[in-house]
Design a protein around this ligand. Structure first.
Ligand SMILES: [Zn+2]
Ligand SMILES: [Zn+2]
Length: 302
């Protein structure tokens, strides 16, 4: 991983214990804490979510236009820090009233994301496919598939697409309610197989949440995804966006982190992005930048 040594010294010295670690629950892989300062990360994944870029006026706390400069700063920062790959975890654009504008906004913000000197991945958010079809999103961005997976330093990262209605219809052309997010059966079967075939621990990336803790921001059949994850014993962490706040919870031995939305607040001082660092023993640590929180240590249960 480029520059990891520099960044470790610059950013981590003295920040002991900001670790995300699994416990020793039955059925889970034992995952050790990485003590801050004592270990070099072996891989890094940039995390950006809920960019909501659109050339429209601010509404409430959402500063849509500012997201262009925030994305530029985040990509520059991640390039300097050094990462192997990054994920935009949904809602890359916001609604603009017509298809042509939304395509233009997607191309504009994706051109900033494309300055990243590392592999780019995408999670679909409800705003990504408010008017666009999923194929149109793919045609106008660097996304190759709505659900996918990749491996980094022995950890499998699995991207899920919950932008389906209860009837199994893919979101497009305003055909959905944002609270009606679902994972279709065929994707759940694919998910189970991905975990089955994963060589080691796994991290799951979703836009809508699957922690089961807060109604409207959760995937309606999230319990099915949780059952698959808990049975696999491989999932350390689920990263989501969609509810826009910093949040960290643990449910049945799996850590669930909501990454803070980039669109919230004016100007660069309200930017947010993170890096998920992978250590040789597969322990993880989320390093937050600007308004993104570091993830605090979790005591290993029992
Ligand atoms: Zn959002
Ligand atoms: Zn959303």
């Amino acid at each position: 991983m480029p520059n990891s040594k520099t960044l470790t010294r610059r950013r981590f010295l003295g920040q002991a214990g900001l670790a995300l670690a699994g416990g020793c629950l039955a059925g889970r892989l034992p995952i050790a804490f990485a003590e801050g300062g004592s270990a070099e990360p072996v891989a890094g994944l940039g995390l950006i979510t809920d960019v909501h870029y659109a050339d429209i006026a601010t509404r409430g706390s959402r500063h849509y236009r500012d997201s262009l400069g925030k994305m530029r700063a985040a990509v520059t920062g991640l390039n300097e820090l050094g990462i192997d790959a990054a994920v935009v975890m949904g809602d890359l654009i916001d609604s603009a009233g017509d298809l042509e504008s939304e395509v233009r906004h997607l191309r504009t913000i994706d051109a900033e994301y494309a300055r990243l000197e590392a592999d780019r991945h995408y999670v679909l958010g409800n705003h990504c496919v408010h008017l666009l079809t999923k194929d149109e999103f793919i045609e106008n961005s660097g996304m190759t598939s709505p659900h996918s997976s990749f491996d980094l330093a022995g950890v499998r990262f699995i991207i899920l697409d919950s932008c389906f209605t209860s009837e199994g219809e893919p979101y497009q052309r305003g055909n959905f309610s944002w609270t009606d997010a679902n994972l279709p059966d065929d994707q759940l079967a694919w998910f189970e197989q991905q975990l089955d075939e994963a060589p080691g621990p796994a991290v799951v990336l979703t836009h809508q949440r699957i922690d089961g803790l807060e109604g409207p921001h959760n995937v309606r059949n999230g319990a099915a995804a949780r059952a698959i994850m808990e049975a696999s014993g491989k999932v350390m962490l689920v990263l989501s966006g969609h509810s826009h706040q910093n949040l960290h919870e643990q449910v049945n031995g799996i850590d669930y982190v909501v990454v803070r939305a980039m669109v919230e607040g004016a100007g660069g001082e309200n930017n947010s992005f993170g890096r998920l660092l992978v250590f040789e023993d597969h322990s993880l640590r989320l390093e937050g930048h600007v308004r993104q929180a570091d993830v605090e240590p979790i005591s290993a249960p029992g």
